[in-house]
Design a protein around this ligand. Structure first.
Ligand SMILES: *Cc1c(COP(=O)(O)O)cnc(C)c1O
Length: 229
């Protein structure tokens, strides 16, 4: 199946149930992104700042780029002019930096708090308590150039479907609680980003509103630099 076929098939699957499709194009060349774009895809995700910046320069300006990888504070300035959503916010300090650069660019930047749900030390994200503490803080209340649109989580990389299901269930439950406690009157808090190629069906069953698919759309990633593909 071609990239275009994959986009069309996945749109058919997700549109009727109101789940957004983020095409994760990391390591893939601009030609592949263009093919997905030509098939109607507009939401794309990248995990590296430099790769993201270079790709967006070469691709149509109406693409909505999401950053889904760990973001260092000193790199926020490179993406602040154009980024559509930062899904990987994992500290107050980072959020403050995003706010600062959003203001400089006279914008409000949409963000998701990345929540740590996996049983793996290597994954980034806020714990449940840390997320609540952040949202309660005066420092957070002072930020005027970011908008929290919801939460993002990455499940454990395992074949154990029950474990993945439990992790997504917990995140959905937490999402509902956070919405009740902090965003009850805020219709913009509407995004629960969970689900990748290996587990997106489980994620949708558990209440995902946005799935992030790479290999299902673009094929397996070879571990080469994206420009030399
Ligand atoms: C790479 C990546 C994805 C997509 O992974 P696939 O398994 O190729 O679908 C989704 N989310 C994040 C955070 C990623 O880094």
């Amino acid at each position: 199946m071609s990239i275009a076929d994959n986009i069309k098939r996945l749109k058919k699957e997700t549109l009727p149930i109101n789940v957004k499709l983020l095409a994760v194009s990391k390591t893939k060349p601009v030609e592949d992104v263009q093919e997905a774009y030509d098939a109607g895809q507009r939401l794309f995700g990248e995990n590296m700042v430099q790769e993201l910046v270079e790709k967006q320069e070469h691709l149509p300006k109406d693409i909505q780029w999401h950053l889904i990888g760990h973001l260092q504070s000193n790199k926020v300035k490179y993406i602040a002019p154009f980024i559509s959503m930062i899904q990987s916010v994992d500290s107050l300090k980072l959020l403050q930096e995003i706010d600062k650069h959003a203001e400089k660019n006279k914008r409000v930047i949409d963000c998701l708090l990345q929540i740590y749900i996996a049983d793996e030390e290597t994954k980034f994200g806020l714990g449940f308590d840390e997320a609540v503490e952040l949202l309660r803080s005066e420092e957070f209340a002072a930020l005027k150039h970011i908008r929290i649109r919801g939460l993002m989580g990455i499940a454990t990389n395992t074949d154990n479907e029950k474990q993945i299901k439990d992790e997504y269930y917990e995140l959905k439950t937490f999402f509902d609680g956070i919405k009740q406690s902090f965003f009850r009157k805020d219709a913009a808090f509407d995004t629960l980003s969970m689900g990748m190629s290996s587990d997106y069906k489980v994620a949708i069953e558990q209440g995902s509103t946005m799935i992030r698919l790479g290999s299902t759309i673009f094929g397996e990633r070879v571990i080469k630099h994206w420009k030399n593909n």
